[in-house]
Design a protein around this ligand. Structure first.
Ligand SMILES: [Zn+2]
Length: 125
């Protein structure tokens, strides 16, 4: 769920309040869009649920993944992606593509594809 925050005083506003006035009522600063995210475990449960089903990389290539404990194994690559990397990427969601996380996350194309699939995001980002 989106909400809006004043970066100056920290007051928060709903989408409807933002539509009425894009500036903080208290200090007049422009409001920043924020995302109220579900706890990661909810996302992880969805990732577990779709193990073995088809996902698509940003350019459309199909892949599936297997999960062993806290490691995701996509079938098209030798990358083993630890759950901790998915958690880090989730903190950055939404991001435009794998390039944004390629320096810090293993298998960034796969991580991007999984996190931005509608079955995982449920359209929330
Ligand atoms: Zn303010």
């Amino acid at each position: 769920m989106k909400y809006y925050e004043c970066l100056s005083c920290g007051r928060t506003y709903s989408i409807n309040e933002f539509r009425e006035d894009r500036f903080c009522r208290a200090c007049g600063k422009y409001l920043q869009e924020r995302l109220d995210k579900d706890p990661f475990e909810k996302i992880w449960n969805r990732i577990l649920l779709y193990e073995g089903e088809k996902f698509h990389l940003i350019h459309g290539e199909e892949f599936t993944y297997e999960i062993n404990g806290n490691i995701i194994h996509p079938n098209r690559t030798k990358w083993n992606i630890p759950k901790s990397h998915i958690i880090r990427a989730y903190e950055l969601v939404p991001f435009n593509g794998p390039g944004v996380i390629s320096n810090e996350i293993m298998g960034p194309s796969y991580v991007w594809a999984i996190l931005h699939d509608i079955r995982i995001s449920l359209g929330e980002w």
